[in-house]
Design a protein around this ligand. Structure first.
Ligand code: NAD
Length: 466
């Protein structure tokens, strides 16, 4: 049996780090526009200087294809930094607010102030993006912070622990590596905000720890993201866009990857043929050898995936793929048709390269199927039917929706990114990141005129007539 891993970062270390960070925050150092921009620019430099190291770390952790690392981790971060640096001055300005005539003359404004010292806990699947993107928001809003990357992507975690202090201000930005013990030590502290990305199971632990101190949280969680495919669409483009969101996003190990497809019984064969054809075009006849697919992150997740496939309830339902190589932690793009509702695969987030197709009698029935489950992080619809689009937008509750594509909403910085219900609470990206890490302070300004007698005793009826 493997020896239990020693916790090197305990409660005492967490407390002492917290004291240092509180001291820096109290000094006002992180509040100035200049400090915030200088840190954001240093992060830009870090990404440019360390691009190769980042790609290498992602190769070690996930065999992530270089292009995916460059576009979806580094590229997304550079974009996030570009927008934040450009807009920060405007975001930091107090926002004017109208005041009622009953307190005339007066004026109001909303002042964005940093929460203080914040904790960011990130996940393993996009270990660089999901660590640094929230950090950008926390810096932009003027906080001190601790980042705890995921131990399940150890190369990325140790790279962040090495390069962040080289480029960013260590008096207010720290990285703590570790697993459950270290994270638990951090969670004992009284934070001013906690931003967590990961599963709902651990999200509950984080929220319970935060509740002890009445600390507000953002929880970026997951769920089963459905794709509804109507007939009368461009089926080849549809198949490609589903493949790109599924296997082209870390081999399905992405929170907004399609989890299952809903389509009609009549249309399923056409869709299936196109999916098979395009998968083969992209990944060849031997997908286990493809350099364009990430591997499964570790043997625990490989075994979890194998269990979903070996469930007796889904035997005979695999209509494409199914090949696996435990030693290399590789599973081929796999499609299953009409698995039973009570099978394991339909009752947990897949988070990997398996894609069930569920058929319905009428396409409209798909929305009922989705709404019977917990609220997903994203939901997708492919259709040319205007009424169906409207019904989808009005009746399906999810963190985000996309019509006629998958996953692309993540890259739209003018839209909030986050879940609802079981898929999370709060949101970020663009200005929403700045807001996620800012307290919106209400301020009213008055002079000494306009002192209405009605507010002062004695409360006589006569005053009401005034
Ligand atoms: P994970 O195992 O890396 O865990 C996430 C974080 O929680 C890690 O930093 C880990 O150290 C910490 N953690 C683990 N056990 C803990 C404990 N007992 N106490 C305190 N902290 C603990 O990642 P995961 O949970 O496997 O991530 C996959 C899930 O995350 C999926 O559900 C996925 O949909 C979701 N996800 C969501 C987003 C999003 O943006 N909404 C992004 C990526 C992943």
């Amino acid at each position: 049996m493997a020896a239990e891993k020693k916790v090197v970062f305990d409660s005492e270390a967490a407390g002492s780090m917290m004291n240092d960070l509180r001291g820096t925050f109290a000094s006002g150092r992180t509040r100035s526009y200049e400090w915030r921009v200088s840190q954001l620019k240093s992060m830009e430099k870090m990404l440019n200087d360390c691009e190769k190291d980042i790609v290498d770390a992602l190769t070690q952790d996930l065999s992530k294809p270089e292009l995916e690392s460059t576009l979806y981790e580094i590229g997304m971060l550079k974009n996030s930094l570009r927008v934040t640096i450009k807009e920060l001055k405007r975001w930091m300005k107090p926002e004017k607010a109208k005041t009622p005539v009953t307190i005339f003359p007066s004026s109001g404004e909303i002042v964005s102030e940093p929460f203080g010292v914040v904790l960011i806990i990130s996940a393993w699947n996009y270990p660089i993006l999901l660590s640094l993107d929230p950090l950008i928001g926390a810096i932009a809003a003027g906080n001190s912070m601790v980042l705890k990357p995921s131990e399940i992507a150890p190369a990325s975690s140790s790279l962040l622990a090495k390069i962040v202090p080289q480029y960013l201000d260590a008096s207010s930005i720290r990285v703590v590596e570790g697993a459950v013990g270290e994270t638990s030590a951090l969670l004992e502290q009284k934070w001013d905000k906690i931003f967590y990305t990961g599963s709902g199971r651990i999200g509950r632990i984080v929220m319970a720890a935060a509740a002890k101190h009445l600390t507000p949280v953002v929880l970026e969680l997951g769920g089963k993201c459905p794709v509804v495919v109507d007939s009368g669409i461009d089926v080849q483009v549809t198949a490609r866009r589903i493949i790109s969101g599924k296997w082209g996003c870390n081999n399905g190990q992405a929170c907004i990857s399609p989890d299952y497809i809903l389509t009609t019984k009549e249309f399923a064969p056409n869709l299936l043929d196109n999916l098979k054809e395009e998968i083969e075009r992209f990944y060849g006849k031997k997908p286990l050898e493809s350099k364009d697919l990430s591997r499964i992150v570790n043997s625990n997740h490989f075994d979890r995936m194998a269990k979903l496939l070996d469930d007796v309830k889904v035997s005979g339902k695999i209509v494409y793929g199914g090949e696996r190589d435990k030693e290399k932690l590789r599973i081929a793009p796999t499609i299953l048709l009409d698995v039973p509702e009570d099978s394991l695969i339909m009752n947990e987030e897949i988070f990997g390269p398996l894609l069930p197709i569920i058929t319905v009698n009428k396409i409209e029935d798909s929305f009922d199927v989705i709404n019977l489950g917990t609220k997903p992080l994203a939901a997708y619809l492919f259709t040319q039917n205007k009424k169906l689009k409207e019904e989808f937008v009005m009746s399906v509750s999810a963190g985000g929706l996309v019509v006629n594509d998958t996953t692309i909403h993540l890259a739209v910085h003018t839209l909030p990114f986050g879940g609802v219900g079981e898929s999370g609470t709060g949101s970020y990206h663009g200005k929403f990141s700045f807001d996620a890490f800012s307290h919106k302070k209400a301020v009213v300004y008055r002079g000494f005129v306009g002192d209405a007698p009605i507010r002062y005793p004695p409360y006589t009826r006569g005053k009401l007539a005034l």
